[in-house]
Design a protein around this ligand. Structure first.
Ligand code: FMN
Length: 220
């Protein structure tokens, strides 16, 4: 039951309190996430855990970089298009966010400003940047995806809110340069985390899911 509650209560948090999570709690989250399985047990994830003054510097630098509006150049290609069901789900996802904030459909400028908040980590006091090894290809990235899920559930288990952000993989060259990462470390995504700002409208809605029947083809 406890596991079920953790899974059901996690959501993507987009506004955080400034209060940092105690280092000991972060270590416990990291230690639990290390239990993630991976192909050949390679454990390709490396976590750049950015916090404190280093995070404040990174927040300013990345936001300024993203605000230039340069095209994203991710290490792993972003989706090229969303059609049919996926287009519809993506649309609902955006509508929920902008309705919660009172941003109208035609207000492109407010939507763009809100989107840039990704690069301020939504005010979170910590961000984990997840990289994989180039040679391990797409399955290295899959292993990292499993790690991200376990990290977020481990965080939820300790009352810590989080959000996975592919947006943080938009400018990997800039991030590698900022932290001196080698070019063979490929950026999968980031996870911003901390204590949720509970009354902020952006944290007030929950996303829906298709039923398990819709997602499953049984073959007896
Ligand atoms: C790999 C991945 C990347 C994501 N990237 C972003 C992002 O860049 N910005 C954002 O606001 N949300 C991002 N999300 C959050 C999704 O929008 C969110 O998980 C989805 O809408 C379901 O909502 P929930 O997490 O609240 O259940 C990402 C989620 C995942 C799993």
């Amino acid at each position: 039951m406890e596991f079920e509650r953790v899974v059901r209560e996690r959501y993507s948090c987009r506004q955080y309190q400034k209060t940092p999570v105690a280092r000991e709690s972060i270590r416990r989250i990291l230690e639990l996430a290390q239990q993630t399985p991976s192909w050949c047990n390679c454990q390709p994830w490396q976590v750049l855990l950015v916090t404190g003054e280093a995070l404040e510097q990174f927040r300013l630098a990345l936001h300024a970089h993203a605000a230039q509006g340069l095209p994203a150049r991710p290490d792993f290609p972003f989706p090229t298009r969303y059609e049919g069901l996926y287009r519809e789900r993506r649309k609902i996802c955006g509508v929920q966010l902008y309705q919660a904030l009172g941003i109208g459909r035609e207000d492109k400028s407010a939507a763009a400003q809100q989107s840039l908040e990704n690069f301020r980590f939504f005010g979170a006091p910590h961000v984990a940047l997840i990289t994989t090894e180039q040679d391990l290809g797409v399955y290295g990235a899959v292993d990292c995806g499993l790690y991200v899920a376990n990290f977020m559930l481990a965080a939820q288990n300790f009352g810590v809110a989080s959000i996975a952000q592919a947006a943080l993989a938009s400018y990997p060259d800039f991030i590698r340069g900022h932290f001196g990462l080698p070019v063979h470390r490929k950026l999968v995504c980031g996870i911003s985390f901390g204590y949720a700002e509970p009354v902020h409208p952006i944290n007030s809605y929950r996303t829906a899911r298709a039923t398990e029947q819709e997602a499953t083809i049984w073959v007896d």
